[in-house]
Design a binder for this molecule. Structure first.
Ligand code: COA
Length: 360
């Protein structure tokens, strides 16, 4: 350990490692993107408008928004080599692993960093859809001329229902950015070595897979679908806590009392559950949330309600973490650009606790 080094808490809990102007939480605990509350953006803005805001730091005017949306649409397809790489993936490959592998091999084109990053982001919906279909021996879907959210929803479900796509779009907006979360930090560490954008996004895609981060939403569905009543939800919490096991979809490094994104999705879910005649599932989920709060004062996070929401939107569980990654890839783009614009190699020190003075 270097002389004068500062020792910080494990997991960098409550440690500020750098400045950012991309996202934070305001004094009422709301997540903000570039000064705007994420829930307000989800309510009032399109995915493209929010993605432009997050990437470039300001709201686009009409022609900027059109150019940006056209760029995403015209770069959404993958080339034949990428299709061939996907065909080489063994059956049973997880979609998130396939995305990470494909992105790491994507052809590097002579483009500005922002355009490379946006090109990767634009392709993740198509890679997710084709990858899933190829792995499962299905035909890939034709393209759909539509907005980012409508096209993505169609690629996941085969449905061009605009009402469902609008519900989906709100969730995508809430997943877009969250300052120095684990995958973004991994991206910034890689970017700080001056590796290229593709390598940096690959790091982020590796980090987002874990169940403590982007993998949590798929885990939530696994247990939620086994519960048929509020009583079963209470018993599930009892059993898990008795075994000292974590319940995925609960707890957050930043939101210790309430995750406003989760509450926003919960309200949307209530509407959706009514439309889909699935009020029972909504009631079981709120019972679980209440029990977890009463017993441990641990709030539901976005992934808890997002998982049930995506289920009611007819989206297969294999896509849950990829959906999070697709949306977050715009946040990653912003962080890559911010990191390299004022770079310093991220290279912490460590406290050595191993043996010394041994001879071979
Ligand atoms: N279920 C049960 N207990 C939980 C819990 C959960 N989901 N999340 C946290 N806790 C408990 C821990 O067991 C620990 O209890 P202890 O002090 O008695 O040991 C305490 O709360 C603090 O948890 P810790 O994991 O140290 O807090 P953190 O700030 O490092 O954790 C998470 C944040 C997200 C890693 C953690 O809440 C978690 O693992 N949640 C489940 C995964 C998840 O949903 N991830 C998506 C995040 S958006």
């Amino acid at each position: 350990m270097e002389q004068g080094a500062i020792e910080v808490p494990k997991g960098l809990d409550k440690v500020i490692v750098d400045k950012t102007s991309i996202a934070s939480t305001d004094n009422e605990g709301h997540l903000i993107y570039r000064g705007y509350r994420a829930v307000d953006l989800a309510e009032k803005c399109s995915f493209e408008k929010t993605a432009y805001l997050v990437t470039y730091g300001r709201m686009p005017d009409g022609s900027e928004l059109k150019e940006f949306s056209d760029f995403l649409a015209s770069n959404s397809e993958v080339d034949d080599n990428t299709e061939k790489i996907m065909q080489l993936m063994p059956r049973g490959t997880k979609v998130i692993d396939l995305i990470r592998s494909v992105v790491s091999l994507m052809p590097l084109r002579e483009r500005s960093d922002d355009k490379v990053l946006l090109e990767i982001a634009a392709k993740i919906p198509r890679i997710s859809s084709d990858g899933y279909r190829i792995i499962n021996g299905m035909q890939v879907l034709k393209d759909l001329n539509a907005t980012y959210a409508e096209r993505f929803y169609y690629l996941l479900t085969g449905s061009d229902d605009k009402e469902s796509a609008r519900y989906f779009e709100k969730l995508l907006i809430l997943y877009m950015e969250h300052e120095f979360n684990a995958s973004t930090f991994a991206l910034r560490v890689t970017a700080s070595t001056l590796a290229d954008p593709r390598a940096s996004v690959t790091s982020a895609l590796a980090a987002i897979k874990g169940p403590l981060h982007g993998g949590a939403n798929a885990e939530v569905l696994n247990y939620m679908l086994r519960m048929k009543s509020a009583d079963e939800a209470v018993k599930f919490v009892d059993d898990k806590l008795a075994k000292k096991e974590k319940i995925m979809g609960f707890g957050h490094r930043i939101y210790k009392k309430l995750d406003p994104r989760a509450q926003f999705v919960k309200a949307q879910l209530k509407e959706l559950a009514r439309i889909k005649n699935s009020e029972g599932l909504y009631e079981v989920s709120t019972a679980l949330e209440k029990e977890m709060w009463d017993r441990k004062q641990i709030p539901a996070n976005l992934d808890f309600y997002a998982a049930i929401y995506m289920y009611l939107l007819g989206i297969d569980e294999s896509f849950y973490t990829p959906i999070f990654a697709a949306s977050r890839s715009f946040g990653w783009a912003a962080h890559y650009l911010e990191q390299v614009s004022d770079n310093k190699l991220i290279r912490p020190d460590s406290k050595y606790v191993g043996p010394e003075g041994l001879s071979p």
